[in-house]
Write a protein that binds this ligand. Structure first.
Ligand code: THG
Length: 801
């Protein structure tokens, strides 16, 4: 059986949970499930066998965490673990010849830069090792699942594509807000993974079938690929560990997924062979819905934001050294913060997409591109447009873009077509085609149209979608070419009408060499938009030019109730009268994770105001703002981490200043808090979020890490005199260790409060006494924000509602 043959079936049945099934069979808390491939392979076989007997078309080998980082504690190599796991799976399904075996590939377990410390190349090597082991061990396909960072998923998928020819199912884990934990929306995932050559787009874990239904419906708008859904069986009961949804309810709810056109159905945490058996009965009684061709859309995205090009979208041109002395200096000095500043400026001014050009003679363009692209995606959430001619530079940038970027550009020259288009195809990008060829820029619109047609044909022949080809009919300057503007406009109309393609134009080119350029740029832009221009490449900081875009959108019905227009200009007069300058504030630097700027602004502030006032009046409010933004979903974890780091850099400057004056050393923290994931539990992601947030609010955190024994926690509470201890547990099996830790702290008579949190707890269970089966904590933190409120209460601060 092959995967493509399997796709001819009505529905494809996946399996259910591996982890919770192995726990039932004695997997100890904290023990890597992959160890059982060696110590108890019969249990692994038993689980897989049961899924085969329940009707699974695909079963999963016990390899979810089989990567070099997570296996380090087992003493086994990736190669031997993967090969053992695949062997166990093969033995288990021996007499089911049609069942496929998927190698399970989970995330690295460490965050990628800029939010974490793991480099892209390092992560790639890690995934490649796993994939090669799977190929050698005879896996039939890969299932990359439970990912939350789109860049990490991309890294893993590239490792599959570049080291095997096997199919890849890509699945991410979504929260109730329709985004992953790092802020990736369903649309960005579907666009990016489809472009990179995934075979299936899916969702697994975290929520129950009903909660995940909107996510799979959203997938359908952005991809034609088969869709997979493997929800959890609800949430576990904190005391019994039983999951909320029975097998019957789960199967009934999954019927809606089947009717919505989800092709591959299975389960995640809490589901068992019984769930799969009932799920099979369900799908056997539903007919896969007639696949209606979806409306073709043009769209690009970053790892956290999708931009659909269904109306004019502004491409900011300011990350470009052309004609700018300061920018050239910044490139020569590798001053990344300068470039990030230009990015933020444009985001603020209303850009939808950012063009990134760091090419300068006598500098290493590729090195610079690599230096810029990572922090750029940390501070701004817009999709990028990679501007360059060197295929090496373009590819380097494409690999590290956590989304679907635009390549700017390819042109009609053979050399360009044959080197750039394959990259566009491989990385699933969109591309701007310039209407010039070996003979230069044609004088007539007709000839430019012919080149556009040729570029489109070449793109289509490589399998690039028509919707991803944008044509730039080339703006030349009217100062030397009287007919330049008219020719470009005529060509735009022809490309729109006859080819139906989206169009781009470097609008500002039109006015090179003339005074008051914005006057010309704005007028040309309006004419071009009326002629069908979709992607004006402009300076969004120019009020006249941005005004032309806003007015066009309003006049053409894209701006409902004039909401965008009003929000851009209301209060404008008051604002310009009051401020006058546009200097970056400390708050902006912190919120955008700009360490160097933050440090500089702090130093400047310290020249005029006392250190404590800089902290209380500037830094703490900035951190509060970041915390608020995170809670209300305006910013996401990577940005929160960056802003915490930036605040740290600012504190360092303040500390130095205070020390040099012989004043009191470190700024006072609002209170000391110990955090730990309890013994037996290796999930520290929840604890880490709480940590970041508490630090953001100015508390000093002593982080004991994960798998922390009760004694260690109690000892630390005693020796540090912390006023609050926070304990986290994510598995039902580790809540007893939590109760033990609380008991020990109380037993020793330590004067600190204890708060507990984690997905498997509820207030009742957390706060009730151990004698009645509870944990006996002083406080229950429902989420990270709850932990902050508790800290405020404990340390005597007002809790805002
Ligand atoms: N088509 C496509 N891409 C492009 C262009 C295009 N990318 C580059 C360019 N043209 C669009 N970007 C710019 C960037 C800067 C300027 C014009 C277009 C510009 N710079 C001033 C100068 O050179 O004098 C500097 C002004 C300053 O110092 O602030 O005008 O056509 N696909």
């Amino acid at each position: 059986m092959t995967f493509s043959r399997l796709c001819e079936k009505n529905y494809i049945l996946f399996d259910g949970a591996m982890g919770t099934e192995l726990q039932k069979r004695g997997l100890k808390a904290g023990e890597p499930p992959e160890s059982l491939n060696f110590t108890a392979p019969e249990k692994v076989r038993e689980v897989i066998r049961a899924y085969a007997e329940s009707g699974s078309d695909i079963v999963t080998a016990n390899t979810f965490g089989a990567n070099r980082y997570k296996l380090s504690e087992t003493g086994k190599t990736v190669g031997e673990t993967v090969s053992r796991a695949l062997e166990a799976a093969r033995e288990a399904v021996g007499d089911f010849p049609d069942i496929l075996i998927a190698q399970d590939v989970g995330p690295a377990g460490r965050l990628l830069r800029p939010a974490g410390t793991l480099g892209f190349d390092e992560a790639y090597e890690m995934f490649a090792e796993q994939i090669k082991a799977g190929v050698n061990g005879g896996a039939d396909l890969f299932v990359l699942q439970t990912f939350s960072d789109l860049l990490e998923l991309k890294c893993a998928l590239l490792a599959v594509k570049e080291n095997s020819r096997l199919p890849a199912i890509c699945s991410m884990t979504f929260e109730a807000n329709g985004r992953t934990f790092t802020g990736c929306p369903a649309s960005a995932f579907a666009l990016t993974a489809s472009g990179l050559g995934a075979d299936v787009i899916g969702v697994n874990c975290s929520l129950d079938p009903r909660e995940l239904l909107p996510v799979v419906r959203e997938f359908r708008k952005y991809t034609d690929l088969p869709i997979m859904a493997k929800p959890n069986a609800g949430l576990p009961d904190p005391v019994t560990g039983a999951y909320g949804l029975s097998a019957e309810d789960f199967a009934a709810d999954m019927r809606e997924h089947a009717s919505a056109g989800v092709k591959i159905l299975g389960g995640c945490c809490g589901t068992s062979p019984e769930y799969i058996r009932l799920l099979k009965e369900t799908v056997d009684s539903v007919n896969y819905p007639e696949f209606t061709e979806r409306k073709k859309i043009s769209a690009v995205c970053s790892g956290v934001k999708t931009v659909v090009i269904d109306r004019p979208r502004v491409v900011g041109e300011r990350i470009n050294p052309t004609g700018k002395r300061a920018f050239k200096e910044a490139l020569k000095n590798s001053d990344v913060d300068y470039i990030l500043g230009r990015a933020l400026e444009q985001v603020k001014a209303g850009a939808d997409i950012l063009d990134v050009n760091v090419g300068l003679p006598e500098t290493d363009e590729k090195a610079m591109m690599l230096r810029v692209i990572e922090p750029l995606q940390g501070v701004c959430d817009l999709p990028l447009q990679i501007d360059g001619t060197d295929p090496d530079v373009i590819e380097a940038a494409l690999r590290r873009c956590g989304g679907k970027p635009i390549v700017n550009s390819v042109n009609g020259k053979e050399e360009s077509l044959s080197s750039v288009l394959p990259l566009v195809k491989k990385y699933g990008a969109a591309v701007i085609g310039l209407t010039l060829d070996e003979k230069g820029v044609p004088e007539t619109a007709e000839e430019r149209f012919e080149i556009a047609k040729y570029i489109l044909d070449r793109a289509l022949s490589l399998g690039i979608r028509k919707e991803d080809v944008f044509i730039d009919c080339l703006t030349l300057t009217v100062s030397t070419e009287a007919g330049a503007a008219v020719t470009a406009l005529n060509a735009v109309k022809m490309v729109k009408d006859r080819l139906g393609l989206k169009t781009a134009l470097g609008v500002s080119n039109v006015s090179f060499g003339l005074p008051e350029r914005d006057v010309i740029n704005a007028a040309f832009l309006t004419a071009a938009l009326n002629g069908g221009l979709d992607l004006p490449i402009i300076n969004p900081n120019s009020p006249a030019v941005m005004g032309a875009v806003r007015a066009y959108n309003l006049l053409n019905g894209y701006d409902k109730n004039a909401a965008e227009y009003i929000s851009a200009y209301s209060g404008k007069a008051a604002e310009t009268a009051a401020s006058g300058n546009k200097e970056l504030t400390l708050s902006e630097a912190v919120l955008n994770g700009m360490k160097k700027d933050g440090a500089l602004i702090t130093a400047r502030l310290l020249e005029n105001i006392p250190a404590m006032d800089v902290i209380d009046g500037h830094l703490i409010p900035a951190l509060d703002k970041a915390g608020d933004g995170f809670e209300s979903g305006l910013i996401f974890l990577p940005q929160l981490i960056l802003s915490a780091e930036t605040a740290g850099a600012c504190f360092d400057v303040i500390k130095k200043k205070i020390n040099s004056k012989g004043e009191r050393a470190a700024p006072k923290s609002k209170g000391k808090i110990i955090l730990a994931t309890v013994k037996g539990d290796i999930h520290d992601i929840g604890k880490n979020i709480v940590k970041v947030l508490l630090e953001n609010y100015g508390y000093e955190i002593i982080d004991l890490g994960k798998d922390v024994p009760p004694e260690t926690a109690a000892d630390a509470a005693a020796s540090t005199g912390a006023g609050l201890v926070g304990l986290s547990a994510l598995m039902t099996t580790t809540t007893p260790a939590m109760a033990e830790t609380v008991a020990l702290i109380k037993e020793r008579g330590l004067r600190c409060a204890v708060m507990v949190g984690g997905a498997v707890l509820n207030a009742d269970y957390a706060l009730s006494s151990p004698s009645s089966g509870g944990i006996g904590a002083d406080y229950y933190a429902k989420d990270a924000k709850g932990a902050v409120d508790i800290a405020k209460k404990v340390f005597g601060e007002k809790v805002e509602k």
